[in-house]
Design a binder for this molecule. Structure first.
Ligand code: ZN
Length: 585
């Protein structure tokens, strides 16, 4: 653990205004500074820097913390790397031996091993045993230049070629399995995870090989195999070829379905193509994309699953504030085949002609119905209404409604009434689903709970927030708060963790500041802490107000659910009623 004294010194020297200023254009606003958030795409600044507390918070995406947290996110570093990065910049020496950097060293080992493996796979591809693999790539139209640029490789059809090679280089069985290159055998030992596959190394923004994707050349096993999550790789947070695409110099990104598509699109001269890593687009990836662009062209397969994936991705991207256009690929099943068949120039024209997501969906719908018959028109309108009910923009709904009704010569009022009813039904379903989620919240993963708790116990959650905010501003009141508030009084596990971390620091006589807390809390928790401490309502909280928050927490302390109440008997029930009346006073 780094000593607090060092962290405070670092905070004093590494001025957050300067650190952030290197990435974000900041404008002074009163005591604070604002700018466009580097972590999500936005047009009006909601990213704020607080020089007084040397911290930042984005009201748009909830990112927040100190200079270390900022550098971690901006440079995609782990905690210790970020500390070193900052210390270097201001000429501070990170105290030797004060840090347990086993995790850090383990990650470095895996990254080195991955680099070795990528080189090995590439040399296999270029050697005799890679003949079939090379033939396959030639058949797919890839040039040698492209193969080198993407560092493509070949994993031979063998159980121990790579693992034996890496063992010879000194890597342990644990390291092989941790990095997902080796699989543990039941009887002991490890075997190669990738066999008889074309290998696509996945490279992060700093040029490190963090994982691998493998395309099967035989018929054993799945068509695509990807590294699972490892200490250096999280599938849901990375994108294939983002290392090239981010500096492509085009305003938008092309999001394709697979490695081969991306490689083919790049070879065609479009360096801004990326893909997810063998899974459907996640919300995290959509937010990652939002850091680089405001517009995405979806270039998924033209088949049914591709169309379903297009709709899903559209929703996630729009939620992240990214505009979506959709590529209508006709005459080929995917972008790779399209470019091979028609050439890059036609692909460019396809890109230029790509429609907005809503236009695209309506065009597809029109094509799939025979609008010359009455039945065809009715079926079309029913699906059109369903589609529009999902469209969050009232203006777009109105525009499309008018256009379709005019084109089909149908009564607009009738269709509008249908649409209104569909929207109402959708809201009812959403409400039911929310109620179901609330019931399920106790079993939910800690990270996903925050929002749900706020809906279920707004008063209790707010009171908890108030107590945390008060503690941050009045550290000398820690003992007073600690006497009255128990950890369990926080219904939100995340806020409870904050309370525990803050009171632990304070009761040891250490300062509880964002800079010292970010050493022990996750980025998400630090963001939450910033959310709480930047709220206006807690700014000049008096002790009396703090007392009220504490009372709310105590009031809820012994409250039992109806179900639990039903099981109480005799003396226990009497005690419970007494405790509840005591709080009501
Ligand atoms: Zn933001």
């Amino acid at each position: 653990m780094l000593p607090d004294s060092f962290l405070l010194e670092l905070k004093y020297r590494a001025d957050i205004e300067q650190i952030v200023g290197a990435y974000v254009q900041l404008k002074r606003r009163g005591r604070n500074l604002t700018g466009l958030c580097p972590f999500h795409s936005e047009k009006t600044p909601s990213f704020t820097v607080y020089p007084e507390s040397q911290s930042f918070y984005c009201f748009g995406c909830g990112a927040g913390g100190d200079a270390i947290t900022f550098v971690r996110r901006a440079e995609n570093l782990d905690y210790l790397e970020a500390v070193k990065f900052l210390a270097d910049r201001v000429g501070l020496q990170v105290p030797e031996g004060s840090v347990d950097d086993t995790g850090h060293r383990r990650r470095l080992r895996i990254l080195e091993m991955n680099r070795e493996a990528a080189r090995f796979f590439h040399s296999c591809l270029m050697s005799d045993q890679g003949r079939d693999a090379r033939a396959y790539l030639v058949k797919r139209g890839l040039t040698k230049k492209t193969v080198t640029r993407f560092g493509l490789g070949y994993a031979p059809e063998s159980w121990d070629t790579l693992t034996a090679y890496l063992r010879g280089k000194g890597y342990t069985e644990d390291e092989l399995t941790d990095g997902y290159l080796g699989v543990r055998r039941k009887g002991g030992g490890v075997y190669d995870a990738f066999r008889n596959r074309i290998i696509f190394p996945i490279i992060d923004l700093r040029g490190a090989v963090i994982a691998f994707g493998g395309r099967n050349l035989g018929d054993k096993g799945p068509k695509y195999l990807n590294s699972g999550d490892t200490p250096v790789f999280k599938k849901s947070r990375n994108l294939y070829a983002l290392n090239f695409a981010k500096s492509a110099g085009r305003g938008d990104l092309i999001l394709a379905e697979g490695y081969m598509d991306v490689v083919a699109i790049h070879q065609g001269g479009f360096q801004n193509a990326v893909a997810t890593l063998g899974t459907a687009l996640t919300g995290e990836q959509a937010r990652l994309i939002a850091q680089y662009t405001r517009e995405v062209v979806l270039a998924y397969d033209s088949d049914e699953p591709g169309q379903i994936a297009t709709r899903r991705a559209t929703g996630l991207l729009e939620e992240a504030g990214v505009g979506v256009r959709v590529l209508a690929i006709t005459g080929a099943k995917d972008p790779d085949e399209y470019i091979r068949t028609y050439g890059p120039e036609k692909f460019e024209r396809l890109l230029e002609g790509s429609e907005s997501a809503a236009d695209f969906a309506i065009t597809r719908l029109r094509q799939s119905h025979d609008l010359d018959t009455a039945e065809g028109r009715v079926a079309f309108l029913q699906e059109f209404v369903r589609l529009m009910a999902d469209n969050p923009s009232p203006i777009q709904r109105e525009v499309y409604l008018s256009k379709i009704c005019r084109d089909l010569e149908v009564d607009k009022q009738a269709v509008a009434a249908q649409l209104a009813a569909a929207i109402k039904r959708k809201q009812q379903t959403a409400r039911k689903r929310e109620a179901g989620q609330l019931r399920a919240f106790t079993s939910a993963a800690p990270g996903a709970r925050g929002e749900l708790e706020r809906q279920k116990y707004p008063r209790q959650v707010l009171a908890g927030e108030g107590v945390i905010a008060y503690l941050m501003k009045h550290p000398d009141s820690c003992a007073w708060v600690r006497e009255q508030v128990e950890d369990q009084d926080f219904v939100s596990p995340g806020d409870r963790e904050l309370y525990q971390a803050i009171t632990a620091k304070l009761s040891q006589g250490h300062p509880a500041e964002v800079v010292t807390l970010s050493a022990v809390l996750s980025e998400e928790r630090v963001g939450r802490l910033m959310e709480i401490t930047t709220k206006d309502i807690y700014r000049d909280q008096s002790r009396t107000e703090a007392k009220e928050f504490i009372q709310v927490l105590q009031e809820y302390r012994n409250k039992k659910s109806d179900e639990e109440l039903g099981r109480l008997e005799g003396e226990e029930l009497g005690r419970y009623i007494a405790s509840q009346t005591a709080h009501k006073k």
